[in-house]
Design a protein. Structure first.
Length: 167
């Protein structure tokens, strides 16, 4: 891997430093999503399907409102994607125990298998980059990403995980 480190003063970033960061993020995202995109195309799915599968897998028993808050997409968009994933048996939905109007979402075995397949190359790519960069760089990377997301989403990522008894 080419050494792209420079003597950047973290307290004063030039426009070019910011632009290079943006460009690196674009290229990294392109490569990070390329293999999953190829797998998704086998099913006629897109990135919205991937995000739903990923977040349902990370949050078993998540309700539709919580998923909408994470994805920040319209109910109509989620309904289309989620409906297809339920029909094709990648996701199972059941009613809540406290509120029967709630739809609680879980991956089926078929969904778990697809999520693992989609995430495999991404985990490998990230693990390799982490190994090459070292612990200090990994923490710096995390700090930058955390700094880019909203306070609400920081709480969602780092807050306490939902207990099954809450559903």
């Amino acid at each position: 891997m080419a050494d792209i480190k420079s003597s950047i003063n973290p307290l004063f970033l030039r426009e070019e430093d910011i632009r290079q960061g943006m460009e690196l993020l674009y290229f990294a995202y392109r490569d990070f999503t390329s293999e999953p995109d190829a797998i998704l195309s086998e099913y006629g799915f897109g990135r919205a399907h991937h995000r739903v599968i990923y977040f349902v897998g990370r949050n078993p028993g998540i309700n539709v409102s919580e998923l909408l808050a994470i994805l920040k997409i319209t109910k109509q968009s989620l309904s289309r994607v989620l409906g297809q994933l339920v029909r094709e048996e990648f996701i199972d939905q059941r009613e809540g125990t406290r509120d029967r109007r709630q739809r609680l979402l879980n991956l089926t075995e078929k969904g778990i298998t697809l999520e693992r397949r989609l995430s495999e190359s991404q985990r490998s790519r990230l693990a390799e980059a982490y190994r090459e960069a070292g612990a200090e760089a990994v923490q710096g990377y995390r700090d930058v990403l955390v700094g880019m997301i909203s306070e609400e989403d920081r709480q969602r990522v780092f807050g306490p995980k939902k207990d099954e008894s809450d559903t």
